[in-house]
Design a protein around this ligand. Structure first.
Ligand code: NAD
Length: 252
C-alpha cells in the first residue's frame, strides 16, 4: 500500500476497481471534490501506487474481490489509512459477452463467477464497512454507498444474460440496503449505458447504436459517470435511487 499524504480532516472514500476506466475517473473526481481516496485494484501495487502519487491525497490497496478474506482485508485497510471511512463506491465489476440466445454458453461457472464479483462482493463490502459508515453519520453527514450497476440491469439488454441479471440484482440490493441502513447510510446506484473505456473499445455495434439512436448521440465518457456518482456523494438526502445514465437511449 502506498500512502502519499499525512493524516488529514478530509472525508475518506474507498473506490473499488479504480486503477482504470470508470473507477479511475470517479477517484479523480472525488479527490477534486476534497475527498481522500483509497484506490483499489486486483493487480500489483505499481499501477495503483503511481495513480495514488499522481492524485495526491490517495492510497492504494490490492485485493481480489472474488475472495471473501480479501474483501474483509480491503475494508479494514481502507478504514485504517486515515482512520475513517465516509463513502464506499462499489465500482469493480466483470462482464462476459455472450449472445443472449446462446443459452449453452452461459454456463453455471459463468453465472457463479459474475455473481461473486458483481453481487456478493459489493454486499460483503457494505456489510464490512457499515460500522465505519455509521460513524460518518455521527460526525454529521450520513455515510454513503454508490453502486455502479448498468442499464442492462434495468432493461432486457447488455453483454450477456448472466451479466444483466447480476446488475439487476445489484439494483434491487441497492433499494433493500437503502431501507435497511437508513438514516445513517444512504445507498444509491448509477446505471451507465455504454461508456468509452478499454473494456468497450471494440464494441463497435454498441457504439453505432449510441451514435445513431441515443438522444445525446454518443456513449458516456468515464467523467460523465463520475459526475453522476459525485452527485449522489454530494447529496445528504437521496437514497434508494437507480440513476440511469445512458444519454437517453432508453427513451427511443
Ligand atoms: P474496467 O474493466 O476498466 O473496470 C473494472 C474494474 O474492476 C477493474 O479495475 C478491475 O480490475 C476490477 N475488478 C474486476 N474483477 C475484480 C476482482 N475479482 N477483484 C478486484 N477487482 C476486480 O471496466 P469499466 O468499464 O470501468 O467498469 C466499471 C464498472 O462499470 C463495472 O462494474 C461495469 O460493470 C460497469 N459498467 C460499465 C459499462 C461500460 O460501458 N464500460 C457500462 C455499464 C456498467
Amino acid at each position: 500500500m502506498g500512502l502519499t499524504q499525512p493524516l488529514g480532516a478530509a472525508p475518506v472514500a474507498l473506490v473499488t476497481g479504480s486503477t482504470s476506466g470508470i473507477g479511475a475517473a470517479i477517484a479523480r473526481r472525488l479527490v477534486a471534490d476534497g475527498y481522500a481516496v483509497v484506490l483499489h485494484g486486483r493487480g500489483a501495487a505499481a499501477t495503483g501506487d503511481a495513480l495514488a502519487a499522481e492524485l495526491g491525497l490517495a492510497a492504494y490497496v490490492q485485493a481480489d474481490l472474488a475472495q471473501d478474506a480479501d474483501r474483509v482485508r480491503l475494508v479494514r485497510a481502507a478504514a485504517a489509512v486515515w482512520g475513517r471511512l465516509d463513502v464506499l463506491i462499489n465500482n469493480a465489476g466483470i462482464s462476459r459477452v455472450i449472445p443472449h440466445a446462446d443459452l449453452a454458453a452461459a454456463t453455471p461457472e459463468v453465472w457463479r463467477e459474475l455473481y461473486e464479483v458483481n453481487v456478493v462482493a459489493p454486499f460483503r463490502l457494505v456489510a464490512e464497512a457499515a460500522s465505519a459508515l455509521r460513524e460518518a453519520a455521527r460526525r454529521g453527514r450520513p455515510g454513503c454507498v454508490v453502486n455502479v450497476s448498468s442499464h442492462a440491469g434495468v432493461r432486457p439488454k447488455g453483454a450477456s444474460i448472466p451479466y444483466a441479471a447480476t446488475k439487476a440484482a445489484l439494483n434491487h440490493m441497492t433499494r433493500l440496503l437503502a431501507v435497511a441502513l437508513a438514516p445513517d447510510i444512504r445507498v444509491n446506484a448509477v446505471a451507465p449505458g455504454l461508456v468509452d473505456t478499454p473494456m468497450t473499445a471494440n464494441w463497435t455495434e454498441a457504439q453505432q447504436i449510441w451514435r445513431e439512436r441515443a438522444p445525446m448521440r454518443r456513449a458516456a465518457s468515464p467523467g460523465d459517470i463520475a459526475q453522476a456518482v459525485a452527485m449522489f456523494v454530494t447529496s445528504d438526502y437521496l437514497t434508494g435511487e437507480i440513476l440511469l445514465s445512458d444519454g437517453g437511449l432508453n427513451l427511443t
